[in-house]
Design a protein around this ligand. Structure first.
Ligand SMILES: Nc1ncnc2c1ncn2[C@@H]1O[C@H](COP(=O)(O)O)[C@@H](OP(=O)(O)O)[C@H]1O
Ligand SMILES: [Mg+2]
Length: 358
């Protein structure tokens, strides 16, 4: 049998210590040092380390640049959405059904906008993960490049802020409210880009192609849009889906009473804008946005980021934050509000499980 106690000679001890130091040095100079550098770079880096072309070092992205490209992508995608609608050749076809059995439409507007938005973002930030509602046809690449210019209003309001490229997930919705687009209800249509960092929605862009209106916001950064000065907390107007409603009317009435005003509208982007101070002719106003069926993360991420940046909230119906990494679906419904007691709203909601079995 081997002896239980092992004795090392002084030479053995020295070799052992040297080996240990070697391992520590390797860890520190490689992985840990990299992490530490990213951490330092996450601080606003006015005049920080830059490559000769003024862009962030490899492996790192500047959120201000990402915001600028996101706005451009939403606008450029919107041009396609508008062009297809005005040309009246939508080539609409069914791409499938939702879990509730509603037909999901796909048009040339969705596909052409997606192509533009995806390749613009991908060429500007090749290292970043991009999740889009529509599939990208790699055989049909578009060569669109970003000239690296940052619009004046973004420059004035936002400081450069670098984060590791691997922590970023971009979500694109090339045409929100496709159903309404096919019905020519143009006011509901938006294009959206969202940037999540470690799953948290940080940058949101919501663009209305038919009125050339764009809202953007960055958490802990700035925005070009703000909350309204007041909200009706006692008798809130509830904005809900017109084409994927599920039991939302029932939920809203059970929560706020039978007389509560319910506004059916298309598009998740449009419904988030209805909670804000948006000076737009065809934009309705509401106090709370509720959605009870399954929904995809590209539909809600940009609105979630904008609300969060302005001090509002978008959570599941049980009050959980939605993480914008991993799977593309959100199962828990959503409730969005700003300048209201969001927790109190959630506590008022009926148990959805019970409601759906009624
Ligand atoms: N139950 C569901 N399943 C899948 N997608 C849903 C859904 N409910 C809503 N959505 C999507 O969420 C967006 C907003 O929905 P609504 O207008 O009904 O409020 C729409 O996105 P798209 O138009 O981008 O497909 C819609 O398709
Ligand atoms: Mg959508």
């Amino acid at each position: 049998m081997a002896p239980m106690g092992i004795r090392l000679s002084p030479l053995g001890m020295a070799v052992f210590c040297l080996l240990g130091l070697g391992v520590l040095y390797h860890l520190y100079s490689g992985f840990l040092a990299g992490r530490f550098a990213f951490f330092m770079l996450s601080e606003p880096a006015a005049g920080g380390p830059e490559t000769p072309h003024g862009s962030a070092p490899a492996g790192v992205v500047d959120l201000r640049e990402l915001l600028a490209v996101s706005v451009l992508a939403a606008v450029r995608g919107g041009e396609e959405v508008k062009r297809v609608r005005e040309g009246n050749v939508l080539n609409a076809k069914a791409k499938g059904k939702t879990r509730e059995g509603a037909e999901e439409q796909l048009t040339s507007g969705d596909l052409l906008s997606n192509r533009r938005m995806f390749y613009l973002l991908k060429s500007a930030f090749p290292a970043v993960q991009i999740n889009s509602e529509e599939r990208v046809d790699t055989a049909d690449q578009e060569t669109v490049s970003w000239d690296r210019s940052i619009p004046e209003d973004i420059k004035q309001k936002i400081q450069p802020k670098e984060v590791p490229a691997e922590s970023v997930t971009v979500w694109i919705d090339p045409l929100d409210a496709t159903q309404e687009y096919t019905e020519n209800l143009r006011q509901y249509v938006t294009t959206m880009v969202c940037v999540a960092v470690n799953g948290k929605p940080v940058i949101g862009v919501i663009h209305k192609p038919f009125s050339a209106y764009t809202a953007w916001a960055m958490v802990d950064g700035g925005s070009n849009v703000k909350a309204r000065s007041s909200y009706n907390e006692k008798n809130p107007r509830i904005i809900v889906s017109r084409s994927h409603a599920g039991k939302v009317e029932q939920v809203a009435k059970q929560t706020f009473g039978n007389k509560t005003a319910i506004i059916p509208a298309g598009g998740a982007g449009y419904k988030v804008l209805s909670l804000l101070d948006v000076a737009e002719k065809n934009q309705e106003e509401a106090d709370v946005y509720i959605h009870v069926t399954y929904i995809k993360k590209w539909d809600i991420c940009a609105g979630n980021a904008v609300l969060r940046a302005l001090g509002g909230h978008m959570t599941t119906l049980t009050g959980e934050e939605i993480s914008y990494t991993g799977s593309d679906g959100n199962e828990g419904g959503l409730i969005a509000s700003i300048n209201m007691n969001h927790k109190a709203l959630i506590e008022k909601l009926p148990d959805l499980e019970k409601t759906s079995h009624k």
